[in-house]
Each structure stands twice: as C-alpha cells, then as structure tokens.
Design a protein. Structure first.
Length: 445
C-alpha cells in the first residue's frame, strides 16, 4: 500500500478530478499519491534545490486540470482528453533519477515505460501509454528549429505504435494540439500560483539549474514571457481564458513585475554608462558591521540569492560580526554610499559544504572560503563582482591564508584557468556550480 503524502495542492487536484466526473477517480488518486511519494523519496520534494521539484509537477497538474475542466464545460474537450492531460501533466517531468534539473523528456518517457507500478496504474485507468508519452514529448521547449526535430520524430513514432492514432491523421492532430495545450499550461503554471517573490525564487532556481549568470535572470525571464505571449499567443490566450480571473490576473501581474524590473535594470545600466555612476569597494571592520542598519542591508541582499546559494540559512547576522569573517562591501558613489553588494567569507572549517565536496585542506586552517558573492538585482553584470572578489582576495592574503576556495559556474572557472592559478576541486553535476581553489601566493583572483 502506497503511503499518502500531503501537499498543499493535493486536495485541490482531487477536487477537480471529482468536479470533472472522471471515472476511476480512485486510480487517478493513486497516480497522484505515487508521484508525490516517488518525488519525496528521491529527494525531489519541496526542499529540492531546483525548479523541477514536486511543487512544479503539481502546479502544472493543477493549472492544466483547472483549464481543461473549464474547456470540458464549454465542450472544447471531452472526459478522455482530461484524463490524458491530467496523466501527462502529472508525469511530464517524472525523472526521479535525473542527471540534470532541466527537463529531459526522453528520460521521462523512458522512465515511464519501465516503471512497473506506473504502467500498472495507466493500464488500470485504461489509457494508452503511447498517447501519454506523445503529450509529454510535446512539452519540449523551445518547440522550434533543430530543438524540436527529435521530440517531434519520437511523437510520430508514439502515434504509429498507438491503435488510437495509427493511420488517423485527424486523431494525431488532435493529440498534437492537446500536447501544445499542456506545454503552455506547463510554462504558465509555475508563475500563476503564489506572489511575485515566489515567482522570482522559481526564476532564480531555474537560472541556477541552467547555469545562467545572475545578470541574465530578469532578461531571460522577460524573453521567456514575451515568447509565450507573442510567439504562442493563440494557445496562450486559450489557456489563460480557461483559468479563473484571479489566477489569470496573478500570472499577468507577475509578467508585468518582471518587465518593470527589467526596465529598472536598464535605468541602472544607463546611469553607469552615461551618468558617471561608479562603484566603490570597502573592507568593513567588525565595529562598522555591528549596526542594525548594516546588518539589515546585507541580510536583504543575502535573501535575494537563489536558495541553493544561501549557505547560511541560520546565523547570518552573527557571521557578519564574527571577527574571523572577511567582509567587503560594494557601494554606490552617492551621498549615502549605498551598499548594493558584498563578498563575505571565513575559515573553511566554519562551513558545511555541499554533499560530495571534500577539501584536503579542511582542518589545516590555511584556507579561506569565499561565499557566493551577493548583489542587489539590477547591479549584476556591471563589473562589481570582479571588484569584490579582488579586494576579498587581497584581504585574505594579508591574513596569511594560503588558499581561497569558492563555488562558481563552470564556464567562469574555466575562463580564469587560462590566466590565473585556479584549479577545480570538485565538478558538481547537474548544476555546473563547481568548487574551485586558488593559490593566493601565486596571484590574486
């Protein structure tokens, strides 16, 4: 007997299944419980670092089912369509042994075809697994050019293996459209539930999983929404119109918030480019760090980091005032010397690193660990991070540390290896957020 797990969306999804008058609703509830159970036991629950966790899986299922239920009421979809959409949405990222956080639809359909319990539930629901796999393949993104060739070919193979669609072009077209419906609901779902801070956290997690630089988060998010609203406007309008007004408004408010944030970024870039705005870096003493205003300023910036990069979930304020902590702030050249970023770190022995990361120098007290550099949104990509890193390295050198270690995106580390004494210590997959070491006696990062 499968253990039932609670999730905030579970009861809402079950209520929608009842509302749609789905036959064999108990079987679909078993599917729901099985999915939650597998994600939780494989470490892909709500605490998982990436975007594609159980929250995303159920958000997409809920939004898809919500929109499909309305379309059934206006006779655009039938009961069978809802059953296939629900099942494909529930399993669209069902890859518990994933090597990367980003979706890999081929791995998903392979896992679905081999999982005995899942196949048993699909047979019990009297669904065609080939149709389910075809719908999931259609969620590949972006669905353009070379990137759609392989999933599109695999979809056609699924249609040929299915008795429902074999040699029936009109049926294939129908399920292709259902797959498109699911694909758009997938991309709306993550940003239609919760407030803007929830959406921003998801965007940061997604960027971390795709190894995007922090400076790209807002710009890439705006591109994502513009593609959805413009390039796929027909299906996007259809799905949004099928959602309740409050959810539709929530999604559009999120889109506008990202666009407004992008405008703010452009204004900041303009000040540096055309209005002589400059950065200043400052090494702050323990006495300077003890004020409430200082601690609040740094904590607010720290909270903007993606959760996977928040290596001190507890005791952040205390670490600021620790005399063993090296702390350098990035400030604007304005009257208030406004703090917009910082570089912070301390003895390696003070940190619990990610699982699987081992450092041979741990315990030798010769290594300073530089935490992920943090800056306010809008100030990334303007050279502030490089300045912070250099000043921090100089301070570490004066305190007679031999080595500096930290985490950075793999491509950035590889660029440094050409001109600086940098070496990989641990290459971490799937994030490409790797652990590296610098010999401070050989040069400053």
């Amino acid at each position: 007997m499968l253990e039932e797990k609670d999730h905030p969306l579970k009861e809402k999804i079950q209520a929608l299944l009842e509302e749609a008058k789905i036959e064999k609703v108990s079987t679909y509830n078993k599917m729901l419980n099985y999915t939650i159970e597998i994600f939780e036991t494989q470490g892909l629950g709500q605490e998982y670092y990436g975007y594609h966790n159980i929250d995303h899986e159920l958000e997409v299922t809920y939004i898809t089912l919500l929109a499909a239920t309305w379309e059934k009421k206006i006779q655009k979809l039938n009961k069978s369509d809802i059953e296939y959409l629900f099942t494909a949405a529930l399993f669209h990222d069902f890859d518990p042994q994933k090597l990367v956080d980003r979706p890999h639809e081929e791995s998903v359909i392979q896992f679905i075809s081999l999982d005995r319990e899942l196949k048993k539930l699909i047979d019990e629901a009297e669904l065609d697994i080939q149709i389910i796999m075809a719908l999931i393949l259609r969620t590949s993104y972006p669905w353009t050019g070379e990137l759609k060739k392989k999933p599109e070919k695999l979809m056609k193979e699924c249609f040929e293996r299915s008795e429902i669609t074999r040699n029936k072009p009109e049926k294939q077209t129908h399920y292709e459209e259902l797959g498109w419906f699911l694909s758009v609901a997938d991309r709306i779902g993550g940003y239609a539930i919760g407030d803007f801070s929830d959406s921003m956290e998801k965007a940061k997690k997604n960027a971390h999983a795709f190894a995007w630089h922090q400076s790209s988060i807002v710009r890439m998010s705006v591109n994502y929404f513009e593609t959805l609203l413009n390039t796929e406007s027909q299906m996007c309008r259809r799905v949004l119109h099928a959602l309740p007004p409050e959810i539709r408004k929530n999604f559009m408010d999120t889109v506008l918030a990202f666009m407004n944030l992008r405008q703010k970024e452009i204004r900041i870039e303009s000040k540096f480019e055309f209005e002589n705005q400059k950065f200043q870096t400052k090494h702050d003493s323990v006495e300077e760090r003890s004020s409430n205003d200082y601690i609040h300023a740094l904590t607010s910036i720290y909270n903007e980091l993606p959760q996977p990069l928040q290596l001190q979930k507890f005791g952040f304020a205390n670490s600021i005032m620790d005399p063993n902590t090296i702390l350098t702030t990035l400030r604007l050249s304005d009257k208030k010397n406004t703090i917009v970023g910082y570089a912070k770190g301390g003895p390696l022995e003070n940190y619990d690193l990610y699982a699987g990361v081992e450092d041979e120098n741990f315990g030798k007290k010769n290594t300073i660990f530089l935490e992920p550099i943090a800056m306010k949104m809008g100030y990334w990509g303007l050279g502030g991070g490089t300045r912070l890193r250099k000043v921090f390295s100089l301070m570490a050198n004066t305190k007679r540390y031999r080595y500096l270690t930290s985490f950075a995106l793999r491509d950035l580390i590889q660029k440094k290896m050409g001109s600086e004494n940098v070496e990989f210590v641990t290459m971490i997959d799937p994030e490409h957020w790797d652990y590296y070491r610098v010999d401070l006696l050989a040069g400053i990062v």
